[in-house]
Write a protein that binds this ligand. Sequence first.
Ligand SMILES: Nc1ncnc2c1ncn2[C@@H]1O[C@H](COP(=O)(O)OP(=O)(O)OP(=O)(O)O)[C@@H](O)[C@H]1O
Ligand SMILES: [Mg+2]
Length: 276
Amino acid sequence: MSDPFASFDASSLSFADVEPGEGQRWTTWPATIPTQRGPQPWPAWVVTDAGALDTELGILKTGKEADVFLLERAVPGDAAQRTLLAAKRYRGSDHSSFHRSSVYTEGRNTRNTRDARALAKKSGHGRAVAAVAWSLAEFEALCRMQELGAPVPYPVQVNGTELLMEFIGDESGIAAPRLAQVRDDLAEHYAQVVDIMRIFAAAGFAHGDLSAYNLLVHEGRVRVIDLPQIVDIIANPQGLDLLHRDCVNICDWFTRRRVACDAEDLFAELLAASFA
Ligand SMILES: Nc1ncnc2c1ncn2[C@@H]1O[C@H](COP(=O)(O)OP(=O)(O)OP(=O)(O)O)[C@@H](O)[C@H]1O
Ligand SMILES: [Mg+2]
């Protein structure tokens, strides 16, 4: 008897034949509104087809306020429409250990007074509001820095507490190492980190939490991540202190690895760039 599946051709699958399995959902792209999508033109690899499935491929890292997962977004049967994404999900549950203190948020408005009160009280509702606000803040920071030409992961979309961005790593899903794990070419990496800090400063911003853990090294290029707390150097009362702290963190790390650099010189240069 002939095998009825022998000639099965996945490309003949139609939309109606596919159902999300375990660890899958329909793509959330169609549900996002334009302001929740990354800057145009969308890179060619962004899958916008409503027939795509999102598949959970595992956890990349659990953090203090958010967990980062590896997600595949792909159109079943269409090998050309498959991409890996990093899904950063802010936790709504327990932000009691949230280390990004209110210094970062000074000057930001919360229009809804119920939300403002809930945030202040750190109630359950307040924590949920904070998780949504932080993912939106990070998405907007990524968009802004992407448009300024900083090497950030391309921000694909934000949806509630979930931010989807370009996965920095290889095709098999292995994430790029953090700078903290890299031993080679450190002088070159330092130069690239300074370039990144210059782009931020020229736009009036400091990263605010810059360290060898928030820099990834992929194919010889340094990429900066984890931007929800970027600060306006001048408008934020802590702006100068946070810029200075970024300079000290970075120069301490490189100095310990015998790369010649000076935090005060770097701070002065970036400050000048922010006023230019
Ligand atoms: N776009 C990405 N591509 C590949 N890996 C990523 C990406 N974004 C984040 N990661 C991985 O997840 C880790 C945590 O990401 P991130 O720093 O944004 O979150 P976090 O919650 O602030 O974590 P932490 O509390 O450890 O700082 C990163 O160090 C990196 O290893
Ligand atoms: Mg981080």
